[in-house]
Design a binder for this molecule. Structure first.
Ligand code: 5GP
Ligand code: MG
Length: 179
């Protein structure tokens, strides 16, 4: 597995420190708001587990599962495999996502959740690749862990064909590992 990593982009420690910083901001933002923290599976799993532990105020946890991405290429087609299981009308919603790439997924999820009439919806993404944004996507993340260049990254929840999610850091995959 690790022999296919060209370079470590973000170490475990960098990730941990940044999540602690975001946690302080989100704790203030959501104090007494009893937010519903919605994770977009599966890529968000490790970020989600670490992030919610740094949000030191009461919250509820929900998940959505979306399919949109095959291999290293966004198909742009989005299917909801699993929707949130509780009523979020009137609630403060915080979406957690692994990576904001073309914006297809988050734009879709954001619109979908807005239709449920929450009190507010904000987005916190661990990684942002603004250079990949599809023209016409105006949505922005409210909280960003790291802004990164246009590399295909794996680890810390992010996969290539369902592998590498369990790496504790974020790495750049060797191009030869795609083939
Ligand atoms: P978008 O819909 O913004 O194009 O893509 C979002 C989804 O594509 C992410 O949730 C993630 O699953 C996948 N994705 C985008 N860029 C990368 C990347 O660099 N590495 C991996 N492993 N997945 C990515
Ligand atoms: Mg994802």
């Amino acid at each position: 597995m690790e022999q296919n990593i060209q370079e470590v982009l973000l170490t475990e420690e960098q990730i941990k420190n940044r999540i602690a910083e975001l946690g302080r901001i989100l704790t203030e933002e959501y104090r007494d708001k009893n937010p519903v923290v919605i994770g977009v599976l599966k890529g968000v799993v490790l970020f989600y587990a670490d992030m919610v532990r740094e949000i030191k105020t009461s919250c509820q946890m929900e998940f959505m599962r979306i399919s949109s991405y095959e291999g290293t290429d966004s198909t742009g087609k989005i299917i909801i495999r699993q929707d949130v299981s509780s009523d979020i009308q009137g609630r403060h919603v915080l979406i957690l996502e692994d990576i904001f790439d073309t914006g297809n997924t988050l734009s879709f999820v954001y619109q979908h959740l807005l239709e449920k009439k929450p009190a507010s919806v904000k987005i916190c993404t661990l990684l942002d690749k603004p250079s990949r944004r599809k023209p016409g996507v105006t949505l922005q993340a409210d909280y960003v862990g790291f802004t990164i260049p246009n590399y295909f990254v794996v680890g810390y929840g992010l996969d290539y064909n369902e592998y590498y999610r369990n790496l504790p850091y974020i790495g750049i995959l060797k191009p030869e590992a795609y083939t």
